[in-house]
Design a protein around this ligand. Structure first.
Ligand code: NAI
Length: 347
């Protein structure tokens, strides 16, 4: 039976990297029934809505989405589609595994970090107003409910996946009430997981510590804004934004998307790296119970990256998006599917 999945190609490089990913996912032999929708500026032109109601209804039906990046206007214009979707479906947990791909040269080999970002509140609540001309106010909302929920998600993930350490990242020395509540909640949840070492670091120090020695961390637990910033920083450890996947989990639905944005500087040139969306697709396959296909793509990635003939420019190659996708499809047709094995999440 085909898996029903809502597909959001997105803006900028989105359609290029999502189309490449769809071709590769389909080359595993897994059957999908895609329900594809525009979102953002393109959707507005077509439906006069930034998030068409057909898209919402589709996610309500499928409960699984694969999403390309959507452009958000800077300093004005409509509010972020990403933030709205995460809120609409209570996709409270943003999961971003940071792992090297074999054969991609990086400053730090063997990184294995998990970033867990709270997805529904903080400064992304979007509550802003002009008090008087020249003075604006943005409210940072932190609740006990959301902070406890994301902390529990992180500790449950750690327990199931045999992770050893979680650091809650904060600025509670300055934001004593908001970040103070966040760490009080994570500290309290940590007591239920004595086998997992719990630590707290201030966010500015964390940036320095990460760049000095990323191996000292295992899992990072962060509120929304710090999670957004730190995950881009961590992407640089393993070769950049073209490689790092992500997933947004709620209790009912999940939307899989890369960490990167719509990259207007390289859009429409067939040069973007689709690996980050593809690895998000691997996470989606695992979510759908298609571990064999996920492992098969993983082997094909090792082959294509190992040969270094068809990799994209961001990782030192010369290939375009389509050429990389062609090579992945060929590799999937050449390499036999792996034997079914039980293994921890591998992207
Ligand atoms: P960006 O992530 O789009 O680009 C940052 C840099 O990384 C650029 O130099 C870009 O060329 C490069 N890059 C990104 N993805 C790449 C890929 N797959 N292959 C090769 N190089 C890649 O971040 P930026 O420029 O700050 O944001 C652009 C737009 O994307 C904004 O409108 C922003 O709001 C939106 N955005 C959307 C996200 C989403 O839909 N989940 C996430 C982040 C940003």
């Amino acid at each position: 039976m085909a898996h029903k999945v809502t597909l959001i190609p997105g803006d900028g490089i989105g359609p290029e990297v999502v189309n490449a990913t769809v071709r590769i996912l389909e080359a595993t032999g897994v059957k999908f029934a895609w329900e594809s929708f525009a979102a953002g500026a393109e959707a507005y032109e077509k439906y006069h809505e930034y998030i068409p109601k057909e898209l919402i209804e589709s996610i309500e039906r499928t409960c699984v989405g694969l999403k390309g990046p959507v452009t958000t206007p800077i300093g004005g214009g409509f509010s972020s589609i990403n933030v709205a979707l995460r809120r609409q479906f209570e996709l409270f947990a943003n999961f971003r595994p940071i792992r090297n791909l074999p054969a991609v040269p990086t400053r730090y080999p063997g990184v294995d970090l998990v970033v867990i970002r709270e997805n529904t509140e903080g400064l992304y609540s979007g509550i802003e107003h002009e008090v008087v001309p020249g003075v604006v106010e943005s409210l940072k909302i932190i609740t006990e409910k959301a902070s406890t929920r994301i902390s529990r998600f992180a500790f449950e993930y750690a327990r199931k996946n045999h992770r050893k350490k979680i650091h809650a990242i904060h600025k509670a020395n300055i934001m004593k009430l908001s970040d103070g509540l966040f760490i009080r909640c994570s500290r309290s949840v940590s007591k239920e997981y004595p086998e997992i070492t719990y630590g707290e670091h201030i966010v500015d120090n964390t940036c320095m510590q990460l760049v000095m020695n990323p191996y000292q961390y295992d899992m990072l637990l962060l509120e929304n804004l710090y999670g957004d910033i730190i995950s881009d920083l961590c992407a640089a450890f393993v070769g950049g934004l073209g490689l790092v996947p992500g997933a947004n989990f709620g209790h009912q639905c999940a939307i899989f998307e890369a960490v990167h944005g719509s990259a207007p500087d390289i859009a429409g040139k067939d040069i973007a790296n689709p690996t980050a969306v593809l690895r998000s697709g691997i996470l989606m396959l695992r979510h759908l119970g298609e571990d064999n296909a996920a492992n098969h793509i993983r082997l094909a990635l090792e082959k294509v990256y190992g040969e270094k003939k068809h990799t994209t420019r961001d990782v030192g190659g010369t290939a375009g998006t389509t050429e990389f996708a062609d090579a992945m499809v060929d590799a999937l047709h050449t390499i036999p599917p792996p034997e079914p094995v039980l293994q921890e999440v591998e992207i």
